[in-house]
Design a protein around this ligand. Sequence first.
Ligand SMILES: [Zn+2]
Length: 233
Amino acid sequence: MNHTVGFIYAHPDDETFGCACLIREVADQGGKTVLLCATRGDAGKTGRLGPMSKSELAARREVELQKAGDIMGLSVIEHLGLPDGQLASYDRAFLADQIVSFINKHNPSVIVTFPEDGMSGHKDHIAIHHATNEAVFSGRCPSVQKLYYNAPFSARASNGKPPLQIEVSKHWPMKAKALLAHESQILSIERVFGDLKTIPNNGFGQYESFVLVWEKGVHHPEREDRSIFDRVE
Ligand SMILES: [Zn+2]
């Protein structure tokens, strides 16, 4: 299997929260996984690490992301280094251009990004959602055959069917380790996933979900996928 999957996110840790298990499965199948992270997460909190300057936190989070990426099996991590918390103030075409450049450098067949509500409602997430749509739908990324939204666990595809789901329990020790690598973000991680010693007994412990929203020029295709590589040539 020689396909590449591109993950487009806003902050270091978004990828681990939403799709650590998918990244691991693609890597285990021999696929390449490439991540574009738009900010260095420098406006985030520092957890139990104590006060840090923005640049200290940015440097710290870059190291944490690399550590998590090694655990998940990310082949490539690239940073745009845009200011955390301010993505919505950028021109969407500018953000889309950055994403197009990243995609055309790595030629992924499949792209995964945030859903419409950014998963958590975060403005940076929503800005990346729109810019990724614009990049993929523009026709300027010829390698891309499918676009998925990393949906909440309860999501439904537009045809009413459940989205592609990956059971978190199959990969929990790996996912917990990757989450722990984002040490500065431990408080928000614990809020969502609990103490990480056991599989969370909320939806985050059940599935990572992915809704297919576009395939080879067709929006909301009436398809049911068992793998993100179904029908990918
Ligand atoms: Zn985020």
